[in-house]
Design a protein around this ligand. Structure first.
Ligand SMILES: Cc1ncc(COP(=O)(O)O)c(C=O)c1O
Length: 566
């Protein structure tokens, strides 16, 4: 027979139970508080919630505006719809007759080049894409550049506003010269990999001076540079989480692109709001954050994804650059990282060497622990670079020789890339480049303001916002057809990237005369678009977003799903 438990012993076990319960509740409460803190630091829009945005993206039904309503889906009267139709047909005829070879080559290649198939489909909002693609055919080929101009296969020259995705900071001729000189310098070595061409030593010295950091590693693209910087930050901090900011692009690696566009979801990325105290609190207090990635291009439109005309469904694009407030934000971010041993990585793949010789670090007055470069630094060839503090760049531990941080890449430090980079780095030391950087801001702000004044004078509901020579078109009219502007611009002889009016990237070889040609064409395009009735405003002023909501809900309720096709 079991001995009856004594009251003292029972009290002890009750106390023990209570203590355990208390600890469990405290841990659960702490977890909940941390979770709430994290939620508060996320951007309140879908873009700030990777899983939810992917779920929402799957729900969006495909549908095309019926052909009979293409020109008046906003309820425009017949007279306006007719003007739109006439303008559209004039543009179609223009592209058909001026660029037949370029268009034919593009059509022939589209089904076999996946990139082309994608970009050609996503030039405008999907509701209009099928019709527009069938009638407004564009060429995607070029065979020459000359200064800031590019030639298509039909011999048409257009002013290049594409900036080659950001590579072209100093003008095509500058990179042609770097590439040619590089080929010459490594001719005898060929593509030998493993042993370095000696110019790498000078590259490293110059990059250390420019970045203010201790070591350098070479990679084949900006995406790979970012991968390496993040891997090293995790290795040295022994923490797993990476903070990126809402809307910021850091390449297409899963680890920094958790939202729409990536079929997998990474639990190791926190996409937080840029410019918010709640974000700083998370960075200061959590013990699992290895690094924070900053893409300084976001200063132009914090927390917003890269603007493209395929998402230009109304006038929802907004941008405004405020240098002083972005400097202040970066200073606070630096302090928050310091307070908690978090590695601050400045991703200068896009903006490096455009804003200043010392890049975004110099321009915004912040010092990062690691910096990634790419694009323009390759002197015309593909490249990615990581610069970092010595203790962060080391790939092994002195006290644990089997605990490595692996990084390779067959074409890292390719001789011709190293030689072109060397040409780039030597050439930008010429005094005229110092002068160029010192005057760039004023020049590009002046050009933009003058152009905006002309657009306002012309009563055009468009405006340019910019960060130095990187601009975006902002639309003032809530209109379903703002995306048409890209076609008017193209017809005026302006070459745009596939994202259309989302980004104009100017090279610094634009003289005042060349720029004034571009400005004239931009204003002419806006006048034409207005004259063709696209910016007609409904007297009822039903917001475009409300129209779209109705269209979506109708489709969802009816369970209709069309399929995209030509
Ligand atoms: C800030 C930033 N980081 C990384 C990348 C990726 O570079 P890449 O396209 O060379 O892989 C880009 C590309 O646009 C970028 O803008």
């Amino acid at each position: 027979m079991a001995a009856p438990s004594r009251p003292g012993a029972r009290k002890v076990s009750e106390l023990l139970l209570l203590a355990i319960l208390f600890v469990v509740l405290a841990v659960a409460f702490r977890r909940l508080a941390r979770r709430l803190e994290l939620s508060a630091a996320k951007h309140p829009t879908l873009a700030g919630h990777a899983r939810m945005s992917k779920f929402a993206a799957r729900l969006v039904p495909y549908y095309a505006i019926p052909e009979a309503r293409i020109f008046d889906v906003d309820g425009a009267p017949p007279e306006v719809a007719e003007r739109r139709r006439a303008g559209f047909e004039r543009l179609a005829e223009h592209f058909r007759t001026t660029a037949p070879e370029s268009v034919a080559a593009t059509e022939a290649a589209e089904a076999s080049i996946s990139d082309l198939e994608f970009t050609n489909t996503y030039r405008v909002p999907f509701q209009f894409a099928r019709y527009v693609k069938r009638h407004l055919k564009l060429g995607a080929f070029a065979d020459a550049t000359d200064g800031p101009r590019v030639r298509d296969l039909d011999g048409n020259w257009a002013w290049d506003l594409t900036g080659s995705y950001g590579v072209n900071v100093f003008g095509h001729e500058f990179y042609k010269a770097c590439m040619e000189a590089a080929q010459e310098r490594v001719r005898e070595l060929g593509p030998l990999l493993g042993p370095f061409h000696p110019c790498i030593v000078e590259n490293v010295e110059k990059l250390k001076a420019i970045s203010g950091l201790d070591e350098v590693s070479f990679h084949m693209s900006g995406t790979e540079a970012v991968m390496q910087a993040v891997r090293l930050a995790r290795y040295h901090t022994r923490r797993s989480k990476v903070v990126t900011f809402c809307g910021a692009y850091h390449g297409w690696w899963d680890g920094v692109q958790p939202g729409v566009g990536n079929p997998t979801t990474s639990k190791d990325v926190f996409v937080l709001s840029e410019g918010r105290e709640a974000t700083l609190r998370v960075i200061r207090t959590r013990r699992d954050i290895a690094c924070v990635l900053v893409n300084p291009l976001q200063a132009l439109s914090p927390n917003r994804p890269a603007p493209g005309d395929s998402t230009l469904i109304s006038n929802g694009r907004s941008a405004h650059f405020d240098r002083a407030s972005y400097c202040a934000w970066l200073a606070e971010l630096r302090a928050a990282c310091d307070a908690n041993g978090v590695v601050l990585i400045m991703d200068e793949v896009f903006l490096g060497f455009r804003l200043a010789r010392g890049g975004a670090q110099e321009y915004f007055g912040v010092r990062a622990d690691m910096v990634t470069y790419g694009k323009t630094l390759g002197g015309g060839y593909p490249v990615g670079v990581v610069c970092g503090r010595a203790e962060l760049m080391k790939r092994f531990r002195d006290d644990a020789p089997a605990d490595l941080c692996f990084a390779r890449g067959t074409f890292n430090s390719h001789p011709v890339v190293m030689a072109a980079m060397n040409e780039f780095l030597r050439r930008v030391e010429a005094p005229e480049f110092a002068e160029l950087w010192a005057t760039s801001d004023a020049r590009w702000i002046g050009r933009r303001e003058a152009l905006n004044a002309r657009l306002a004078e012309a009563d055009a509901p468009v405006r340019l916002e910019g960060l130095m020579s990187v601009w975006t078109v902002v639309y003032e009219q809530d209109c379903r057809y703002n995306w048409m502007f890209q076609y008017y611009l193209r017809a005026q002889g302006l070459a745009l990237a596939w994202i259309g009016t989302g980004r104009f990237i100017f090279s610094n070889d634009y003289t005042d005369e060349a720029f004034s040609e571009v400005a004239d064409r931009l204003v002419a395009a806006a006048r034409e678009m207005a004259a063709d009735g696209w910016w007609w405003a409904s007297p009822a002023r039903t917001p475009v977003r409300a129209q779209l909501r109705t269209e979506f809900v109708r489709r969802l309720l009816r369970g209709e799903r069309e399929v995209a096709g030509t």
